[in-house]
Design a protein around this ligand. Structure first.
Ligand code: SF4
Length: 350
């Protein structure tokens, strides 16, 4: 039974409790509370990137080529592939003149140049918050700074940002690496961060860099995006009450992995699952307070399937906790809105 949406926060919104016994059902031994935070799931950058592919398919027709996963979630990728999107790792697999979408994680200038050289019609779905980091990197390097990028090696976003100034940006991932990174001029060091890191881990790394390089400059606090911060804050709230937390998200989703880490750091067991099929009964045995959340690239129907599965296991009351109200929207790329799809997208120059 679904109850009415309650205005405001902290009120139970979904009530899965049955009041009338159903004799044909297998008895359900479990009971308790499902703690479901808001925000969870899709962020504005992911919504925009998926919209870009859908609108391109509608307006321009299939096939629409997409470089890499448009967002890190195979369910999203599969649904778009069924509609005619073709996902490629290498631009050599895209026919000359075809429409190519850059994913939300962004690309290096070298990839932009290659797209132009191959005469591709590019639509750039890079999240504006990733583009902001690219622009900061270019500005710092232009002003003579060595840039220390805090991020995870081989993540698509990091590869793109590093490509803005190969040789002038050094990647580090830990406090230990902050201790050993070498700067030619300690007075000219800047830092940037990947958008989907752990807020707490990143703060520790920045503090260490600042201790070593007192003249360190950076983008205010850091570049971790609003969506990552909000989802981490929300998981901390449910971690204070839950005995176990299920995070729905892809294995290669950085922000989903960080949600697991944040929950564990708060002292709560947490598991990353790609879908309801991965829920293991032994994780939940004896638990009466179960948290369920999702990374920024996870469609909400995957969360709903997990909640329905838990409901079938027992008498659970779902409590929705609105930790932060989000109202962020990004406009579509100009290539879609201004009818300029035939113009090549120039390197950001950047
Ligand atoms: S997680 Fe943040 S940076 Fe990444 S797409 Fe979403 S809003 Fe943009």
């Amino acid at each position: 039974m679904l109850a009415e949406q309650q205005p405001g926060t902290f009120g139970p919104v979904l009530n899965f409790m049955h009041t009338t016994p159903r004799l044909s059902e297998t008895p359900r031994a479990e009971s308790g509370t499902l703690l479901v935070p808001q925000p969870r799931g899709f962020c504005a950058g992911v919504v925009r990137a998926i919209d870009v592919v859908r609108i391109a398919l509608e307006n321009l027709g299939a096939p629409i080529y997409v470089r890499k996963e448009i967002v890190h979630n195979r369910h999203v990728v599969s649904e778009l592939a069924e509609q005619g999107a073709v996902f490629v790792d290498d631009l050599a697999d895209v026919p000359s003149g075809a429409v190519l979408v850059f994913s939300a994680h962004g690309v290096s200038p070298a990839v932009r140049s290659e797209a132009i050289a191959r005469n591709l019609r590019v639509i750039d779905a890079t999240c504006p918050l990733v583009t902001k980091v690219h622009l900061e990197a270019v500005r710092y390097v232009r002003d003579g700074y060595m840039v220390i990028l805090i991020g995870h090696r081989d993540h698509d976003e990091v590869v793109g940002t590093l490509g803005e100034a190969p040789g002038a940006i050094q990647l580090i991932s830990s406090v230990e690496e902050a201790d050993t990174v070498v700067a030619p001029d300690p007075e000219r060091v800047a830092y940037l961060t990947q958008t989907t890191l752990s807020v707490d881990d990143t703060r520790d790394i920045i503090d260490r860099l600042r201790a070593r390089f007192p003249a360190l400059v950076g983008p205010g606090d850091q570049d971790i995006c609003y969506a990552t911060q909000n989802r981490q804050n929300a998981v901390k709230v449910i971690a204070a009450r839950a005995q176990v937390i299920l995070v729905v998200g892809a294995r290669n989703s950085s922000n989903s992995n960080r949600l697991v880490e944040v929950a564990e750091r708060a002292g709560t067991r947490a598991y990353l699952i790609e879908s309801v099929a991965e829920v293991r009964p032994e994780w939940l045995a004896g638990c009466t307070r179960i948290g369920v959340t999702a990374g920024a690239s996870t469609p909400d129907h995957l969360v709903t399937e997990v909640l329905e599965h838990l409901h079938r296991r027992g008498e659970f009351f779902a409590e929705h906790l609105t930790v932060v109200e989000e109202d962020v929207r990004f406009t579509l790329p100009r290539e879609l809105t201004a009818g300029r799809i035939d113009d090549p997208v120039l390197p950001s120059g950047v």
